[in-house]
Design a protein around this ligand. Structure first.
Ligand SMILES: [Zn+2]
Length: 86
């Protein structure tokens, strides 16, 4: 059996690289818009640390990374998702 190499991605907040499984993935899907942990298109990653998930500049950073304006509804979903995780 060949060991699986973890896919490393960088958190847009603390800029540390993590195994993709330890990150929230936010994708700007071509058709469906901003999605959490699904969709295809330009993606940004945030690690699951409290510091990064509650980063006050997170919205700005995400919008810059995704080159898209985020719907405020998305943040409600995102915050609920984080609350579930913690
Ligand atoms: Zn982080």
């Amino acid at each position: 059996m060949i060991p699986k190499t973890p896919v490393m991605r960088r958190c847009i907040s603390c800029r540390t690289t993590f195994d993709r499984n330890n990150l929230f993935k936010i994708t700007n899907d071509h058709k469906l818009g901003i999605m959490l942990n699904q969709g295809t298109g330009r993606s940004a990653y945030i690690c699951k640390s409290k510091k990064c998930c509650t980063d006050s500049k997170l919205q700005k950073k995400l919008q810059k990374a995704l080159k898209s304006i985020l719907n405020p509804d998305f943040f409600d979903i995102f915050k609920r998702e984080i609350a579930n995780y913690n």
